[in-house]
Ligand binder design. Structure first.
Ligand code: P6P
Length: 336
């Protein structure tokens, strides 16, 4: 039987990347393997979520006598657990936890990375069977190796990211991650329980036909945003359209679709919430890194997302992200 060497698993791919850098320590490969393992475990529970009435609601005791956790908490614990027991991570920050978690054990203190993640973004969509996702961001520590990580390790601008990625639990389960060398997508092959390279070297088209925004807030958006949305609606075949509005209400699914097909995703600030809803550190920054490596752009409306210097762990930011040509059209509307 011939082995199909064209289909690389996530582990084989990261090891191949490691071999290309002889001086690399393998810590990043190990960290991505850990994240892939947690994602597979979360995927099993997400796929069962529709049976929650059989398994019992969060907080109840299920038929196996296990206490059923909210899926967000379950996902948080899976990612935190694999990272804490791995060899590459000194600590984590999570959308589910108020403060950073410094692992502070000898192996973790000697690790050179910290990881920030949103363990289950869009989890409000679970009970209506809409795709949801995990988002993660990897930084090299600025604190002294050998000692416990500090909060400063987590409050770095997005430009300092070493890697970033997401998992989309949808019609298929995909893990997409970026380093400065490129963006690559892996689809979970349930028959072997491995993420397999399915989307090598992802590049976002410079233009697309999709714009993603919550129209319900239209009259609370800044004038430039309203101008751009109107421009999108006026697009015809004669001037580069017609555009389609697609908004799932699950950022991972919306941005993933636009990354592959081309498009723009907007979560602007509003008159009542000027900073918008999305979190800078573990939603905006990782996607900004991924999309920029793929050839697109991401701003907060006035500044490149990756250059924003964070001051708080859970701070929010407006987000405009996607195809470079469409981002330029948006920025022209801001200038008018
Ligand atoms: P709205 C999910 O709760 C989330 O954080 C993102 O995944 C999604 O893009 C956004 O909120 C949707 O928010 O206000 O449009 O429902």
């Amino acid at each position: 039987m011939t082995v199909n060497r064209n289909v690389l698993t996530l582990d084989e791919f990261t090891l191949q990347q490691l071999r290309a850098f002889p001086r690399a320590t393998g810590e990043l490969s190990a960290l991505l393997r850990d994240i892939g393992l947690a994602a597979k475990r979360v995927n099993v529970e997400v796929n069962k979520a529709g049976l929650v009435d059989i398994l019992g609601d969060a907080g109840s005791i299920n038929v196996q006598g296990e206490d059923v956790k909210k899926l967000d908490i379950f996902a948080n614990n899976q990612f935190m657990g694999v990272l804490q027991h791995g060899i590459s991570c000194a600590g984590i920050a999570s959308e589910e936890l108020d403060d950073v978690v410094i692992f502070n054990d000898p192996v973790s203190n000697n690790s050179k990375y910290v990881v920030l993640f949103d363990p289950l973004d869009g989890s409000g969509n679970i009970d209506v069977n809409v795709s949801i996702g995990t988002i993660f961001s990897v930084y090299r520590r600025v604190s002294e190796i050998g000692k416990p990580a500090t909060e400063a390790d987590f409050l770095q601008p997005g430009i300092k990211q070493i890697a970033a990625g997401y998992v989309v639990y949808g019609s298929s389960t995909m893990l997409v991650y970026a380093t400065r060398r490129g963006v690559n997508g892996f689809t979970l092959d349930q028959s072997i329980g491995e993420f397999c390279l399915s989307h090598p070297d992802i590049k976002v088209p410079d233009f697309g036909l999709i714009y993603s925004v919550n129209h319900g807030h239209f009259f609370r958006y800044p004038l430039g945003v309203r101008k751009y949305i109107t421009l999108c609606q006026e697009k015809t075949k004669a001037n580069g359209g017609p555009y389609t509005q697609r908004y799932i209400g699950s950022m991972v699914a919306d941005v993933h679709r636009n990354l592959i097909k081309g498009g723009i995703f907007m979560y602007p600030g509003t008159t009542d919430k000027p900073k918008g809803k999305l979190r800078l550190l573990y939603e905006c920054n990782p996607f900004a890194f991924i999309v920029e490596v793929a050839g697109g752009r991401a701003t907060n409306g006035t500044q490149r997302i990756l250059e924003v210097v964070p001051t708080q762990l859970h701070e929010r930011s407006p987000l405009f992200i996607g195809s470079g040509g469409m981002m330029s059209e948006l920025e022209a509307c801001f200038q008018e």
